[in-house]
Design a protein around this ligand. Structure first.
Ligand code: UD1
Length: 431
């Protein structure tokens, strides 16, 4: 199993190109199930989750090709995928596949929309909490789906004629349930209203791609989506938006180590709450043409801050662990309240192995700044937690070894290459 070795203490300087967003690429790939034409996606990041979803879609019958290298293309640019679901041969998404990646559960909506039936494994829990799918199922029921649970599978069918538009009011904001219901509603007969929809930029990106495919959607980027169903969708060409979580992670890495890095391609409008917080802490943030400049001078001391995770446009839960790592050496007490997932503090114990002073109780954690962190062997527990361990390693004295790097590979493209190009001492140890 691969590990990452980091020798801390280097400042970061230069440019990091931000990849396409994993959390948009996955539902965009799933959207290809809605049409028999070809959906071309550009700027797809090269990630383990993308590869895994490709396998799942091929199992349903999707032809999947990746364009070869073109002149002028550098290795930091995303891939171009061509996805064609001319016929869907299999409407089952098996446990072995769905359990490896929760987002694959989102095939349920489009399979119901197009094929009027689906059998999709329940995804199960994961390291950051139980993560139920009740909101997905309640939403799809409002569109007329009949849903049974059998042997760990969701068995869903529509009445004759397919899904019918309806009103879905989510009791709490869920990114996945919004994706699933949106992807179902575009082919339902009549109008669907989704209230209290998630408004994460990745949902807007998917909705914009669906519109290019012929869907009728109003209210994109708001909490109320109005969808007028159409009988069929066509192919389209769409470019995946930049990954705001990757951009935020590198911004926090620079804030932690000190240095001056341009995050090329990062979109500040997707990251405003995190940037505001970093500015409050004393990090230099400049919005420039084509990206964000992040600066912290060697002698600039950051100030402690408090953060609470919230659905977009609030501070993203996917940056909570990295935020903690950024504050580990900041004098005074910083604090975090995690309101989205009930068990998203797995990184705390690992950061403490490096000498961090963190006390955690319930949904709150307090970080008491320490003078020094010392490199250690640490274990990646989930995707974003792993990134916080890398940041910890970058500021710790001596060597840090991050084990279970496959978590990182699910969501961060070439993290060691990108960081070493700006001066970090980081390498992958392959076995
Ligand atoms: C997505 C993101 C993930 C991010 C999360 C919150 C992808 C691939 N993943 O995950 O990176 O951390 O949004 O921004 O885009 N819930 C229910 N019932 C449901 C669905 C969700 O109770 O049916 C709860 C969850 O347990 C959680 C909260 O709602 O407490 C938010 O979850 P949700 O927004 O659905 O997260 P995901 O879509 O799984």
């Amino acid at each position: 199993m691969d590990r990452i070795k980091i020798t801390g203490g280097q400042q970061l300087n230069g440019t990091i190109a931000i990849s396409g967003a994993k959390n948009a690429a996955l539902p965009l790939m799933i959207a290809s199930l809605l049409t028999s034409d070809t959906l071309t996606l550009k700027n797809v990041p090269n990630l383990a989750d993308v590869v895994q979803l490709g396998r799942i879609l091929r199992n349903h019958g999707t032809d999947f090709t990746i364009a070869g290298k073109r002149p002028g293309k550098n290795k930091m640019q995303g891939e171009t995928f061509h996805l064609t679901s001319r016929d869907i041969w299999d409407t089952t998404a098996p446990y072995e596949m769905v359990s490896k990646m929760r987002a694959s559960f989102w095939v349920l909506g489009p399979l119901l929309g197009r094929e009027h039936k689906a059998r999709v494994s329940l995804p199960g829990g994961c390291a950051i909490g139980t993560r139920p799918v009740d909101l997905h199922l309640e939403g799809l029921k409002k569109l007329g789906a009949n849903i049974d649970l059998e042997d760990g599978y969701v068995i869903a069918r529509t009445p004759r004629g397919g899904l019918k538009g309806g009103k879905i009011t989510f009791p709490l904001i869920s990114v996945g349930a919004t994706h699933n219901c949106l992807l179902a509603a575009v082919l339902a007969r009549g109008e669907t209203l989704i209230e209290n929809a998630a408004a994460e930029p990745e949902i807007g990106d998917v909705a914009r791609c669906l519109v290019k495919m012929g869907a009728k959607i109003e209210g994109i980027d708001t909490h109320t989506l109005k969808i007028e169903g159409v009988t069929q969708l066509e192919g389209a060409v769409h470019t995946v938006l930049p990954d705001r979580i990757e951009a935020g992670t590198y911004a926090m890495a620079v804030a932690a180590t000190g240095g001056d890095v341009f995050l090329e391609g990062a979109d500040p409008t997707h990251l405003q709450s995190a940037l505001d917080l970093m500015i409050e802490a004393g990090v230099g943030i400049k919005i420039k043409k084509g990206g964000i400049q992040v600066t912290r001078g060697a002698r600039t001391k950051l100030k402690p801050v408090h953060v609470e995770t919230q659905p977009f446009p609030g501070f993203p839960t996917d940056l909570q662990a990295q935020f903690m790592a950024m504050m580990l050496k900041v004098p005074g007490t910083s604090s975090v309240r995690e309101t989205i997932f009930e068990n998203r503090f797995m990184h705390v114990a690992e950061l403490m192995r490096m000498g961090a002073n963190i006390s955690q109780s319930g949904d709150k954690a307090e970080i008491e700044g320490v003078d020094e962190l010392i490199g250690a062997q640490v274990m990646a527990t989930d995707l974003r937690a792993s990134a916080s361990l890398v940041i910890g390693g970058l500021v710790a004295k001596g060597d840090t070894i991050v084990n279970r790097v496959y978590h990182l590979d699910r969501g961060f493209e070439r993290i060691e290459e990108k960081l070493s190009a700006v001066g970090a001492k980081i390498e992958r140890l392959s076995e």
